[in-house]
Design a protein around this ligand. Sequence first.
Ligand code: F6P
Length: 328
Amino acid sequence: MSTSPIVRHIGILTSGGDSPGMNAAIRATVRCAAVNGIRTTGILGGYNGLVGDHTRPLGPRDVSNTIQRGGTILRSARSEDFRTAEGRSKAAATMRKHGMDALVAIGGDGTFTGANVLFKEHGTRVIGIPGTIDNDLAGTDMTVGYDTAINTAVEAIDRIRDTASSHDRLFFVEVMGRDTGFIALACAVAGGAEFVLVPERLEHIEELVTALGKASGTKSSSIVIVAEGEQEGGAFDVARKVKQHMPAADIRVSVIGHIQRGGAPSVQDRLLASRLGVAAVDGLLAGTHDAMAGVINGQVQYTPFDKAIGKRKTLDADLFRVLSILAT
Ligand code: F6P
């Protein structure tokens, strides 16, 4: 971070997997910039738009009617070109060409890793807004999109419970989370599941089978939440392995998938995104950059990218305990 508060023109992009509330964050950034006499240019398709110079001006009225929309009006991508030094030089040249003095990047750890390298190589001032359903970034209690995603997933799990209990079935429900189990753990507790499998913890199939065996003594149906990146290979593999131990069980698998990423953002996500869009502009005006704006214990805080991406946020161990008590 350093002090260099002259900001006349900012670029804004969304990168990585989209998340509900990204539009609310764009809207808040654009409007807060305008209030401060700063121009905003939208960069289309994530870092690809910077590399290839695909942009459009964004004024306060261009973001009307977007606070309630899922996805991202700027579109998103995981840019391969931006991973190369040549791609990043082109990106910096695009910013110079348009006279952009700073960038607001909305995304997850990949987005901020890229922003951090852009700053180190080209001195580009970037401030980040955490936009990912995974909730895996240090420096904020919640990421924009997480609340909507877990609500969507739990709604689906409630529906699965209806049919699971009607047929006395054992369901394995896969939720998103390639590297982290925040979605899975929250869904397991809030969805009343019996067990959860997450990438951060190695659970042996035998333990799962023992737990399910105990549950089957008193329950006719069970639900296991499986994060897509857990270590046994995903819900289908887990189900196949469990079937070998429990041949009589009537097992079904349901993968919720990208449904979790779409849809109108929840009130919580709209509030968070709106606050962080304003915080991004406030931060740039105060000379903060190479950092992510987040909300910790109700307060806006800026965490340097190095820390936000370098320090892994850990799952709440107590939630596992709560789950195991409530699953009895
Ligand atoms: O990072 C967000 C996320 O939704 C992860 O939970 C998931 O593993 C991944 O993106 C899926 O990415 P894609 O849409 O590129 O398949």
